[in-house]
Design a protein around this ligand. Structure first.
Ligand code: A3P
Length: 289
């Protein structure tokens, strides 16, 4: 492990841990990342996986409600069940079924997850809105001490010199898992589809988890998990931030307020190159299908 100082176009730095080529926030312990290969999964664990800022908190909350069969779930931080943040001993204390979550790659995880058929719910979001969201995240966490401007941040982000590396590499990595393990239960969701019709997506997750609730219950979850409701209910957990980085704006297309035309075109070119052969189509607006 080493401390790496990534640098944006203006020379502002972003300190990260480099764990065998995987970049992560300095609050993340490299030993925890390395220990994940031996992580003892329970048969009924569910894993919510995503690149940062792609809707992990949102998806995690919905999965919890579906598993518990109620919208009155205990107020809890997603980070409590975050495999790449908490120690194994800490995670051991939670009763089954656990809704684990992480931002790591398959190579970090215990391959036993395939034998145990651990259900994986994966959220992806268009890389331009992720860039804006991640920029605010980097500005708000004191540990990053990041002072840069968005315009200088974009190339660093597109180069994957941020936590969890390139959004494109991350997405391709997990898409490969889906392709190479067609029998494994993995549900791919998109942030934009969830924004478009949350009831439909909640029901889809419910079916994936083997639930068969009445539509009323799926609607109840969708109503409880709108952006404003979640921000009101869960936002207070993260009091230390001036701006709530986990419940900031919750929109599709905010990137248009931040990207220049040239930056947007650069992002498109990088996306085309990195995602060559991919079946995943990012939705940059809700008008795109
Ligand atoms: P913005 O910064 O664009 O607002 P993650 O949970 O993976 O860290 O993702 C955080 C992003 O998801 C933030 O995006 C946050 O506002 C958004 N988000 C969280 N809850 C949401 C909800 N219920 N509906 C829509 N977006 C939500």
């Amino acid at each position: 492990m080493s401390l790496k100082q990534e640098t944006d176009e203006a020379g502002y730095t972003l300190p990260l841990h480099d764990v065998d080529g995987f970049l992560c926030h300095t609050v993340i312990s490299p030993d925890i990342i390395k220990g994940l290969r031996q992580f003892p999964f329970r048969d009924d664990d569910i894993m919510v996986c995503s690149y940062p800022k792609s809707g992990c908190h949102w998806t995690w909350e919905i999965v919890r409600m579906l598993l518990e069969g109620t919208t009155d779930v205990v107020l809890q931080e997603k980070e409590d069940l975050m495999m790449d943040y908490q120690t194994q001993e800490f995670l051991d204390k939670f009763p089954s079924p656990r809704v684990l979550n992480n931002h790591v790659l398959l190579r970090h995880l215990n391959p036993e997850l395939f034998e145990k058929k651990i259900k994986i719910v994966m959220a992806v979001r268009n890389p331009k809105d992720v860039a804006v969201s991640f920029y605010h995240h980097h500005k708000q966490f004191d540990e990053y001490e990041y002072k840069g401007q968005f315009t200088d941040y974009v190339p660093m982000y597109l180069d994957g010199k941020v936590d969890c590396g390139s959004v494109f590499d991350y997405t391709r990595d997990w898409e490969r898992v889906i392709d190479e393990h067609p029998e494994h239960p993995i549900l791919l969701l998109s942030y934009e589809d969830m924004k478009e019709n949350l009831f439909r997506e909640v029901k889809k997750i419910g079916n994936f988890l083997g639930k068969s609730f009445e539509d009323d219950f799926y609607q109840k979850i969708a109503d409880k998990c709108t952006f404003s409701k979640m921000r009101n209910r869960k936002g207070a957990i993260y009091k230390e931030f001036k701006e709530n980085v986990f419940y900031r704006k919750g929109e599709v297309g905010d990137w248009k307020n931040w990207f220049t035309v040239a930056q947007s075109e650069l992002c498109d070119r990088v996306c085309e190159e990195k995602m060559a052969g991919s079946k995943i189509r990012f939705r940059y607006t809700l008008d795109e299908k």
